[in-house]
Write a protein that binds this ligand. Sequence first.
Ligand SMILES: Nc1ncnc2c1ncn2[C@@H]1O[C@H](COP(=O)(O)OP(=O)(O)OP(=O)(O)O)[C@@H](O)[C@H]1O
Length: 335
Amino acid sequence: MIALHHLNKTYRVDGRAVPALRDISLEIASGEIFGIIGRSGAGKSTLLRTLNLLERPDSGQVLLDGQDISALNAAALRAQRRGIGMVFQHFNLLSHRSVAGNIRFPLELAGELSTAAMDARVAELLELVSLSAQASQYPAQLSGGQKQRVGIARALANQPRLLLCDEATSALDPQTTQSILQLLLDINRRFGLTIVLITHEMAVVRAICDRVAVIEAGEIVESGAVAEVFLHPQHAATRSMVAEDGHAAELDLAGKLGQLAGTLLRLTFVDATTYEPVIAEVGQQLQVPISILQGSVGRIKDRPYGQLIVGLQGDATLAQSVFSARGVRCEVLSA
Ligand SMILES: Nc1ncnc2c1ncn2[C@@H]1O[C@H](COP(=O)(O)OP(=O)(O)OP(=O)(O)O)[C@@H](O)[C@H]1O
């Protein structure tokens, strides 16, 4: 659905060049939730804003359904943008309009529906985001989570094909964050809406994204299915974000290594193997003790996973092949 080809963007600040995007190429499939994660200043907002040309790249192409939107005239670009909704970190609601008035605003701008049809659409959207009871309230009377629900309903008003979320949950507490993420997931599943979100939090990616790209200093340094990137991060930037998230097993046994006998292994289970008694069975099969030193279990979107660091007293190569045969990825961390 979206293809970015060799995007470059450099800002000029006081005559100085500030590169924001460097040779970015990405493909995002229709119906997926795609996360772009990176630290502050990495280029996330700039990249997201190129998808509807709020930011024009210096070079490269932005293709939506095969059409290069940078080649469109102003009227055609406006029509394209109507098919792209956007949700903002600080909600950007109109303070003098009620909840219903905010949601109605893009419908009025589009000018395609009768008054009755607009009323019906607003009612439908209020119900979708569970705010029917707050229709006549004003933004100042709402909680952060409710404001973001209005932001989401407004973004969906003109039935976009693509929803761009710019740090949509960064101003919210963890519980509200979860409810907004669930709402986005629900919308994605019910309407098959493609969602591209930017975030600095691995937990957001882990909760709802199908695939993720990691951006660092304007470059995509790693991308792929979330489970692959999260459980086997390759780049230092990804590793440090995964470590901060605290849900993957990281080797922070410094100082204790000398006291541990045997070989350290990292075992990664995904999907069904997560629930099987693999460690006990492999220990029994090899007749060696296996001690669990550190680990975590959880979910990546709706896939269960486990990652454990274990100590093995015995033949590591043999253990590796036995674990692999059981569908468990096994890496030797130290001998
Ligand atoms: N309008 C602008 N003018 C000049 N420089 C800019 C502008 N917007 C962004 N930059 C610079 O471009 C780089 C990328 O910024 P961008 O806002 O895209 O990063 P980000 O990952 O979204 O950061 P944050 O999470 O802090 O918003 C940074 O060095 C930033 O200072």
